[in-house]
Design a protein around this ligand. Structure first.
Ligand code: 5GP
Ligand code: ZN
Length: 119
């Protein structure tokens, strides 16, 4: 399991690994996925190094809520058409059997015209 010192998303948040930034504030960072499954595909991450949804506790509820509230706003800004004709998909893979590859909690936000590579 990654430690913040060798976590790829912690490095993206600090800028030591470049990314195409979508949004940043004091607690949240969002950037385009390097290997998109859909015409629009970005990730929303907490700056805090939480491993996955399996480690989420009550103290994280407000932060997770703010990430979820941000998702539709950023989706529209990134070009997703409005609900109900457009919309988007939110996915959070958790653990090996959940398909998680990067062990820093992240929300995938995907949208745009179909077909998509996955899903
Ligand atoms: P997971 O499989 O953990 O849910 O998703 C990890 C996502 O991170 C994948 O969709 C992958 O393409 C993306 N990713 C992995 N490394 C990098 C990187 O260095 N930069 C960016 N922008 N995305 C990455
Ligand atoms: Zn991290």
């Amino acid at each position: 399991m990654s430690h913040p010192d060798n976590c790829i998303f912690c490095k993206i948040i600090t800028g030591s690994i470049p990314s195409r930034k979508v949004f940043e504030n004091d607690e949240i960072f969002a950037f385009h996925d390097v290997n998109p499954w859909a015409p629009i595909h970005f990730l929303i991450v907490p700056k805090m190094h939480i491993l996955s949804m399996a480690q989420v506790e009550a103290q994280h509820a407000a932060l997770l809520g703010r990430m979820m509230v941000l998702a539709p706003k950023l989706a529209i800004e990134q070009g997703c058409k409005p609900y109900p004709e457009g919309g988007f998909r939110i996915v959070t893979n958790t653990g090996a059997e959940g398909g998680q590859e990067v062990h820093h909690l992240h929300i995938h936000v995907m949208g745009g015209p179909r077909p998509w590579l996955k899903g």
